[in-house]
Design a protein around this ligand. Sequence first.
Ligand code: HEM
Length: 411
Amino acid sequence: MVDDILDTGDLDDLLSEEAINSPFTFYRRLRERNPVYWNKRWNGWIVTGYDEVTAGYRDAQRLSSDRFSGPFGAEVREAGENTRLLDFLSKLFVWKDPPYHTRMRSLVFKAFTPRSVEILRERARELVRDLAEPLRGKERVNFLTDFAFHLPVIVIAEYLGVPSDQRYEVRDWSDDLAAVIFVRGDDKQRMQRAEASLARAREFLTPVLADRRQNPRQDLISALLFAEEDGRRLTEEEVIANVILMVFAGHETTMNLMSNGIAAFDKFPDQWQLLRQDHSLLRSATEECLRFDGPIRGLGRWAKEDFELGGQQIKRMDRVFLIQHAANRDPAAFENPDALDITRWPNKHAAFGQGIHTCLGAPLARLEMQEALAYLTTQFERIEVVQDKLEYGPTMVSRSLKGLDVKFHEA
Ligand code: HEM
């Protein structure tokens, strides 16, 4: 099944109605034109072939993630003169290269291991039930705002050790700080909001950190404080940066995985029925939702040297946009790519990226999605999308529904 848009749109407009709301036809046309395509308007390469996208993610040697130098650096600096804020943002290791990235990632990984995440499963199961139950029997609920928005905030806030009355505040700081880096331009208010959020984050987290240093608990803030490698620990500023990174990287993405997944099942109701009958498919169903309509459209890099990708000559300082959504629907990598097939296995999708920056939170996102699907398929015969048209936020990075009105049909 493919989106039914005519082949007339502008291939250079990555924010066109087609690119935003029917990306899979748009990317297919791009891939068929050239899997590594020079986009004049964006002034960079758009990569849509599976092999080329995954090669790009794996090539941290030649493709930089550093948002604070190269062609993106100039944009970030243009966006604001506040060096303190930029200095803080530059501690978010997702936007850095080795060696800073390597050191920071390995310290954070010591705190945020797949095993420590698995302990959260029971709690996630309870939360799914508590969030879904009040929605039962209603004619129309917004799945995104009433369910999917809450689960990841509560899970990560509890895991971090943030008190329940402050969990949404933490999410607001991370949102304000992320907005600075994602949108170019001179929105002074955005910079002011980010500065204010950073000040509030520091004000709130400083005493929490002091307390955990004295009385460590079984939470992620304590684990981040005490993670140690070669006698080195994270500084207080680095712990604060990583707390914000976890919320920022994990909230909207997990929310969108669940909402996009429910929208996908609505188009393929036989797959919902199949999952209802066989919960041994929860793992493969989660991977298929990540592949079919994952939360991230694509991510940017820039070339540190000249090299060849997919037969094209990439020049030093060129921007390169690696589109996971396109890779995940490439027929050269996936049979019948436009069908949701929850039995698909193995499923080598690129939704979590690949290489040295591969998502650290993947086990947590998977766990939440598996628990949500387990409960919802047990309780509901169908979750019907009752909205005429699905609309997505106009960003190049995030595949984010503006809302998802559904009706829960009792089993
Ligand atoms: C379905 C949900 C999620 C998706 C699709 C997703 C996707 C990604 C992707 C594509 C990257 C690679 C970034 C790059 O290569 O530049 C990444 C990195 C990262 N993600 Fe996730 N993510 C999700 C959930 C989470 C969660 C729940 C957390 C934590 C609570 C998290 C934390 C991180 C961190 C810390 C990184 C940086 C890793 C690094 O740079 O080494 N993510 N994620």
